[in-house]
Write a protein that binds this ligand. Structure first.
Ligand code: ZN
Length: 127
């Protein structure tokens, strides 16, 4: 026997909060440089990740959430004989160089970008 004692309506109104992002702020993405090792195949050693790569992407300075791993507005695409080649523009190359860099640099463990910058809290990276 089913005994319903609750006065609650059978179908609850959907909570407005459901589905909203957990963050209490609106992410505002800013450019940054990501540095990460890229995996390559070496005949003698198999898969090695000794190639250091850079990318200009975006992150939220408040929480460290990564927006884009590649900001294509810093890239140039050129049509050539082998199809379209995409490369970083001069401004990007100057950001990849530690001597001329103006953007914040984030070093990642591998080429599989996480959703957020590891250890990033309140604008400070714990290292
Ligand atoms: Zn954020």
């Amino acid at each position: 026997m089913i005994n319903i004692q609750s006065d609650e309506p059978r179908y609850r109104k959907k909570s407005k909060k459901r589905g909203e992002p957990r963050a209490k702020h609106k992410h505002e993405y800013k450019n940054c440089v990501f540095q990460y090792p890229s995996i390559r195949f070496d005949k003698a050693h198999g898969m090695v990740n000794d190639v250091i790569k850079h990318s200009i992407g975006t992150y939220c300075p408040v929480c460290g959430k990564i927006g884009d791993v590649t900001d294509t507005s810093w890239q140039i695409s050129e049509r050539g004989y082998v199809g379209i080649t995409v490369r970083w523009n001069d401004a990007a190359l100057s950001e990849f160089d530690a001597r001329t860099r103006t953007l914040p640099l984030f070093v990642l463990d591998d080429q599989w970008f996480p959703k957020s910058i590891p250890g990033y809290e309140n604008g400070i990276i714990a290292q």
